[in-house]
Design a protein around this ligand. Sequence first.
Ligand code: NAP
Length: 325
Amino acid sequence: MNANLKIYVAGHRGMVGSAIVRTLQQQGQTQILTRTHAELDLTDQAAVRAFFAAEKPDHVYLAAAKVGGIHANNTYPADFIYQNLMMEANTIDAAFRCGVKKLLFLGSSCIYPKLAGQPMREDALLTGVRGPTNEPYAIAKIAGIKLCESYNRQFGQSHGVDYRSVMPTNLYGPGDNYHPENAHVIPALIRRFHDAKVNNLSAVAIWGTGTPRREFLYVDDMAQACVHVMNLPQDVYVQNTQPMLSHINVGSGNDLTIQEVAQAIAQIVGYEGRITFDTSKPDGAPRKWMDSARINALGWHARVGLASGLQSAYQDFLANNFPQN
Ligand SMILES: NC(=O)c1ccc[n+]([C@@H]2O[C@H](COP(=O)([O-])OP(=O)(O)OC[C@H]3O[C@@H](n4cnc5c(N)ncnc54)[C@H](OP(=O)(O)O)[C@@H]3O)[C@@H](O)[C@H]2O)c1
């Protein structure tokens, strides 16, 4: 990769954005352009246009987004659809206006239809309805993918525009959100088992039967996938996607039950009490698993196993929540 590129990583303080910065730095990139949310609000069109006109980056990774769990999505649906639409539209259009040829957008496996066949292939997108909980977020994310495709279709030939999208599975790792109410499965369980350990609780109850299967990917593997997809030769990307079906799934390829995940986390955290299952609570979909054959065929594979990924995540949790440790 050309080390002289000027690369803008939007959302560089988030879990994924910070991992992309780490990966780019490990690969020798020295001109990484970042702005905090306070310095540049991506929902502000004039500010975004001024930033791009002044900085003229070569590559853009769009890892800024308003993200949250079920509670936040239910409580703030207007924020989720409006802010994500604005961030994507402003960033992608401003990039185009100042001549950016390459941009990578991040979708999410949670925008596939609720009843998509398993494993979920790229062509499952828009084949069915989402659940109501995250529909506003999903619509905005789908719009981001369609923005990239539409700029490619209209301006690919004339302006050399080459905007790509990846679709990550559930991610975890350093920089995750461990909020007691809003966290995803892995960070939530890390917090709960840690709290149970320090408070000597004899049991931790987990919602549901523990049998649903979920897929998880360590965030640095995801970041490497982002850089890999961004740097694929254009003819290779075009041959492996379609103009209106251009996103590429990124998953570990392994799914496991919630019970197995919980046991693995309890072991890493050192919690020796019982794990029980509150079967009066709902389970959600029995299985959510991505078909990652496309990106595997393009030369990327997950490298970090669950045990070592969880170990790094727990160290990050301790360092950020209990710096005195
Ligand atoms: N985490 C996962 O499991 C997962 C799974 C699939 C896909 N993804 C996708 O990966 C992307 C990044 O997710 P993440 O987990 O890294 O999220 P995150 O940790 O919440 O980071 C999001 C970043 O976006 C920034 N941001 C939000 N609104 C902004 C605005 N108006 N202007 C400028 N910056 C703004 C945030 O800055 P502030 O904190 O300062 O607001 C933060 O740095 C998202 O597109 C998400 O859909 C994540």
